[in-house]
Write a protein that binds this ligand. Structure first.
Ligand code: CU
Length: 429
């Protein structure tokens, strides 16, 4: 494991994050997030019956752009991207009723689920005039058509759901979401194995997706969709690009993008904080993404909704500091942040050479840097520099290491990235 990853070059990232990191009061929401930290962490829409609409709307990007999207939203509800995170329990009879507001047939497929029954809508398979397969399952016809899918959630884990109709268009347009099946031994476990116990107040989902705004524009205008011109310009985590990705759940200025992806933890402590965070990673998009979490490594425990165990039950989980998340794949990881050296300005003052105040150059007058190398301590800043650091917390970037994806329309840093926030023991006041 790496110890505290104090990489000063990443300071630059924190300095360009202009928008304030919210500690505000979230919008009242019917969905369940963590009871202790509703601002952060995975937001569940609970089933096992779900009513979704395939609809169009607009999302915002950090460079001030507004992009036409398709997505699944709750019915009734507001347009949101990505679709709601569907949470069910192992053994549940799941029913997903889909209504189509879009101008062409749409559907949903549930990779990893077995015996999915489709009721209503034209039956599969469907072909276009040229004999090409256009849909993997029954569709909801345009202008209010409906279809219903049902299956039993037989295996716990993290899954995706997405359009099974012309995926090169409809998945790219945003018809994606995540499905979480909780194991029968309890909701504080990721799988039916005691080694997968996690802190339920530290459960996170990171769902990756990509956007070509030009292709979205031609769809908005009703013009032909030419996949050969595909050129992604935006990359999102939970429907937002950095720095929007670190804003709280349901932040009011991103009304169509309700899900935060900020990871918030406190240092591992065998006595008071022994359980790891659970990070569910899902990639329903068209591209593969080499995801790189800074600070401690993640412990990858499952892939595509199956625990990493050998034929004799051997533990095949492993530590990683980089994880290529392929198109259509999911991973589950446990994560602990360890204050390896226990730096403390009084009791363990590990000498650190910090540049003098007058030598510090900030790219932006607003920073998240604490001004101190010690967790829970805050230092001084040059005149004119405002720190949004709350309590000496520390930030680490978790980002795509395909650096073209680490930006918003060629402006970095941004894109497929979020931050890990480490609060001092006991949390921020
Ligand atoms: Cu990195």
């Amino acid at each position: 494991m790496k110890a505290k990853g104090r990489k000063w070059h990443w300071l630059a990232l924190l300095l360009v994050l202009g928008a304030a990191l919210g500690f505000g009061i979230p919008r009242l929401m019917p969905d369940s997030a963590s009871a202790v930290h509703p601002e952060h962490g995975m937001v569940c829409t609970t089933g096992p019956t779900f009513n979704l609409r395939a609809s169009s709307g607009y999302v915002q990007t950090p460079d001030g752009n507004s992009v036409y999207m398709w997505s699944y939203q709750k019915n009734p509800g507001f347009f949101q991207y990505p679709g709601p995170t569907l949470c069910v329990n192992e053994g549940d009879p799941v029913v997903v009723n889909l209504t189509n507001d879009l101008p062409e047939p749409v559907s949903i497929v549930f990779p990893g689920q077995t015996n999915v029954q489709a009721n209503g809508g034209p039956a599969q398979p469907q072909f276009d005039g040229g004999g090409n397969l256009t849909s993997l399952t029954n569709v909801a016809l345009p202008a209010g058509g409906t279809v219903s899918y049902s299956f039993v959630a037989e295996e716990p884990g993290t899954y995706i759901y997405q359009s099974g109709t012309e995926p090169s268009k409809q998945v790219q347009m945003g018809l994606v979401g995540a499905l979480v099946v909780r194991p029968s031994i309890g909701a504080t476990y990721a799988y039916n194995d005691v080694s997968t116990l996690f802190n339920p107040d530290r459960e996170f989902l990171l769902l990756f997706h990509e956007i070509d705004p030009d292709l979205h524009h031609v769809v908005e205008l009703g013009q032909p969709y030419d996949i050969t011109t595909l050129h992604f310009r935006y990359w999102t985590v939970n429907g937002r690009a950095l720095p929007d990705s670190i804003q709280i759940n349901n932040t009011p200025w991103l009304p169509s993008q309700p899900y935060s992806s900020l990871i918030v933890v406190e240092p591992y402590d065998a006595a008071i904080n022994a359980q790891p965070a659970l990070v569910r990673i899902a990639n329903p998009g068209l591209a593969n993404h080499p995801f790189h979490p800074h600070a401690n490594h993640i412990q990858t425990i499952a892939q595509d909704g199956r625990m990493l165990k050998g034929p004799g039950g051997e533990d095949l989980s492993f530590e990683q500091f980089g994880r290529i998340v392929g198109s259509g794949q999911t991973y589950d990881a446990l994560f602990k942040w360890t204050d390896a050296e226990g730096w403390d300005p009084v009791f363990n003052p590990v000498p650190v050479e910090i540049p003098g105040l007058q030598n510090l150059v900030f790219m932006d007058s607003a920073v998240y840097y604490s001004g101190s190398p010690y967790l829970g301590e805050q230092g001084d800043f040059p005149p004119g520099v405002t720190s949004f650091n709350q309590c000496g917390e520390e930030y680490f970037p978790w980002h795509s290491h395909a650096l073209n994806e680490f930006q918003n329309f060629d402006e970095g840093f941004g894109g497929l990235a979020t931050l890990l926030r480490v609060d001092p023991p006991g949390g921020c006041p």
